[in-house]
Design a protein around this ligand. Structure first.
Ligand code: AHM
Ligand code: MG
Length: 356
């Protein structure tokens, strides 16, 4: 296969005319790739490497930190600060932005989740690292060190997936491309050029243990999926949930479907489970670049104007037809057009109530 010969660094150089400052961008990306490689090695050594288990600390999100959360964070920070290209780093694990004292005017801002899905790490299930790159813009209107732009202004985004094979999936705004780590050459090889999410599918991904907290549009959508070929949808659906966003979104990029972590009533003051700047935005960028769609249910994720570094958000993304259907259900609900659900099995009728 022709694409087997292209490794990630060559791919970046080959496409360099599309970056504003090719030299610095490729150097920045090489830092992220090196960090991902190092984390991949730590993860693959598992228990033998002595890196599994919890620390006594919690992060800004109030979540118990794993040893690998902290190690991965340190690896990313070191890799991103060493070449003085990043003015501002925002990590899931740090409350405040990390600034570069040696070069406060480096051209880039990077948001990252160093180890997404880390609750899976001790049971040897796939996890990943997610990153989102913007041009650095100082915030002259406030004391904040950086201006927060909507996700549409990302210049690149991607993730490393530490699964049965390690993969790196990237978009610089010209399609979404997947690379697989070759342990012989120690290089990421282009194996999945121009990933396209199938438009129409029959697989959904949501944590169904939250069902009692869902809002009516989500309940309606999932109910219809579960009714299968005897219900509204006239076809059977399958459900897959890994609990690592990287793995769940990767599956959808590969074979289609819909991934949802909507705002629900579990913790009413939270606007969702996932974070806008280093989870939703980069995945939405990859999804749109792969001809999928990404929404909160009411707005495109990439158009959301961020309010703070660790903002949470409702996430619905994947195959366009499915995402559009959920958006329609939100619109109908907001218009007060609550619908009557007719169970195809028991002929029950219940009215979904209007709520947030
Ligand atoms: P993390 O960044 O702390 O690992 O949290 C994000 C992860 C996502 O990968 C996943 O979709 C979600 O949390 C699962 O959460 P839950 O198990 O609470 O449903
Ligand atoms: Mg995460």
């Amino acid at each position: 296969m022709e694409t087997e010969k292209i490794d990630l660094s060559n791919f970046l150089l080959k496409n360099s005319t599309s970056y504003e400052d090719p030299k610095s961008f490729v150097e920045l990306m090489m830092g992220i790739i090196d960090a991902s490689n190092l984390i991949s090695t730590l993860i693959s050594n598992g228990e033998i490497g002595g890196v599994l288990g919890n620390l006594p600390t919690t992060n800004i999100q109030g979540e118990t930190q794993k040893k690998l959360d902290v190690l991965s964070n340190d690896i990313f920070i070191e890799a991103l600060l060493k070449n003085n290209l990043v003015s501002c780093l925002i990590s899931e694990e740090n409350e405040n932005p990390i600034t570069n004292e040696y070069n406060p005017s480096g051209p880039y801002t990077v948001f990252f989740d160093p180890l997404d899905g880390s609750s899976n790490i001790d049971v040897n299930v796939s996890v990943g690292s997610i990153f989102s790159i913007f041009k650095y813009k100082k915030n002259s209107d406030s004391n904040d060190i950086v201006t927060l732009d909507p996700g549409r202004e990302q210049i690149a985004a991607g993730y490393a997936l530490y699964g049965p094979s390690t993969m790196f999936v990237l978009s610089t705004g010209k399609g979404t491309h997947g690379f697989t780590f070759n342990s012989d050459s120690k290089k990421f090889i282009l194996t999945h050029p121009n990933i396209t999410v199938p438009i129409e599918t029959h697989e959904f991904s949501i944590n169904t243990s939250n069902e009692r907290f869902w809002n009516p549009p989500i309940s309606r959508y999932i109910k219809e999926c579960n009714d299968g070929e005897i219900g509204e949808r006239d076809k059977n659906f399958n459900m897959r949930w890994t609990g690592s966003m990287v793995a769940d979104v990767h599956r959808i990029l590969m074979r289609g479907g819909i991934f949802m972590y909507p705002k629900d009533s579990k913790v009413p003051e939270k606007a969702g489970r996932l974070r806008l700047m280093y989870e939703a935005n980069p995945m939405a960028f990859l999804m749109e670049q792969a001809r999928g769609a990404a929404s909160t249910g009411r707005e495109k994720l990439l158009d959301i104007i961020p309010e703070c570094f660790h903002q949470r958000i409702s996430v619905i993304m994947g195959s366009k037809e499915e995402v559009d259907r959920v958006i329609r259900y939100y619109a109908e609900h907001d218009d007060g057009k609550d619908f009557e659900y007719k169970s195809p099995l028991f002929k029950e009728r219940s009215l979904f109530q209007k709520s947030d």
